[in-house]
Design a protein around this ligand. Structure first.
Ligand code: BGC
Length: 368
């Protein structure tokens, strides 16, 4: 099997950025949509609402385009969404036990919005904010700089957090996402992008036939509320071993306590990496039928692999097709869940004067 960037000769249009209105929120804030076109034929649209990646058009082996990410056609879909489809997630992506943590001798209580735990920043996380957006064109790359200020006390978090996220699409079909943040008081920070992928095309079926490889020899097992127990467990000999390529569905129904607790895969994998801060391979995903693939590199220590177990077909997505059970999967680069309560996990505490920085690159590819 060979992996290549999509064929530039098949590009629908030259690289560029289109900007258009996308309605206004229930609160009256204007929202815009930005469409990034690259010479590779990969086209990505992004909303100022939630920094949402609304669509990702990727050519297959024959050049046929499909939109490989789940989402909605209109703004009200995103305003009502509870699945974080395509959104930027913060201030803390993933769960914090009971929404509680102590920092520098003080106890904090955050919004508890997921079975008594805090999830993805709370009731109104960064996914529900209207971000300011500035287009960026640089040596053949097209991109966007998104900014958001989270006030002191937002969802219970301490300190004013200034967040910047840059999306940059390169001529060979890579989407580089740079996260940065500064604060005026110590606070936990864990930022991620929450796209759900279906490489056969959003709305086309489930993701059980996708082939996944994860560069992880350990994962963080969870309790019944999906909070890590603190253990870093070897994947060897378990359905969590994706160290060699395996279909997502091959073992998802196995008689395994961790799969039962989460109703499938909904776990953080501990990435194997030579250095703590270099960009390293995290995951390779492919749809063997169309040949579409994604290679994910990141500076983060973990990746949450979630198989859309809570999608239940009751919410209509793009083109009036419901988001059915396991019709998309998320691969969320991140620090480990509940890190503020686990001193042995890599720290997620950002202090005044320091810069939070992380980078994740999705390379959309074709595998022959
Ligand atoms: C989590 C799931 C959660 C989902 C929300 C994922 O990142 O791992 O447990 O239900 O986000 O849609």
């Amino acid at each position: 099997m060979t992996t290549r960037s999509p064929d530039p000769s098949r590009a629908a249009s030259p690289s560029g950025i289109r900007r258009e209105p996308f309605g206004s929120t229930a609160g009256g804030e204007a929202v815009e949509r930005f469409t990034l076109t690259s010479a590779s034929g990969v086209t990505i649209s992004v909303l100022s609402f939630g920094g949402v990646i609304q669509s990702i058009l990727v050519p297959d082996r024959t050049g046929a385009l499909a939109d490989v990410t789940l989402g909605y056609d209109t703004l009200p879909g995103y305003e009502k969404d509870k699945s974080y489809l395509g959104a930027l997630v913060g201030r803390y992506a993933n769960r914090i036990r009971a929404g509680r943590f102590s920092l520098d001798g003080r106890d904090y209580t955050l919004a508890q919005n997921a079975g008594g735990n805090h999830l993805h920043g709370g009731m109104r996380g960064f996914n529900k904010a209207v971000w300011s957006v500035e287009p960026l064109e640089d040596r053949g790359d097209v991109g966007l700089v998104l900014r958001h200020v989270s006030p002191d006390g937002d969802e219970g978090y301490p300190g004013t957090l200034r967040v910047q996220v840059t999306y940059r699409l390169t001529p060979i079909g890579e989407l580089a996402i740079d996260f940065s943040a500064t604060t005026d008081a110590a606070t936990p920070v864990n930022l991620t992008q929450h796209a759900y992928f279906n490489l056969a095309g959003s709305g086309s079926g489930d993701i059980l036939g996708h082939v996944l490889e994860l560069n992880a020899s350990r994962f963080t097992p969870v309790d019944a509320t999906l909070i890590p127990t603190g253990e870093l467990r070897s994947v060897r000999g378990t359905p969590f071993d994706f160290s060699t390529p395996e279909t997502v569905g091959a073992r998802i129904g196995a008689d395994d306590e961790q799969l039962r607790l989460a109703g499938g895969y909904d776990h953080n994998f501990v990435l194997d990496r030579a250095s703590a801060s270099e960009l390293a391979l995290a995951a390779r995903l492919s749809d063997p039928v169309s040949g579409r693939g994604i290679d994910i590199h990141t500076t983060e220590p973990g990746i949450q692999f979630y198989t859309g177990n809570f999608l239940d077909g009751t919410v209509m997505g793009k083109g009036g097709v419901p988001h059915r059970y396991r019709s998309g999967l998320a691969l969320e680069t991140q620090h480990f869940p509940n890190s503020p309560n686990e001193p042995a996990f890599p720290s997620t505490i950002l202090r005044p004067g320091a810069d939070h920085r992380s980078r994740t690159v999705y390379h959309f590819v074709v595998r022959d």
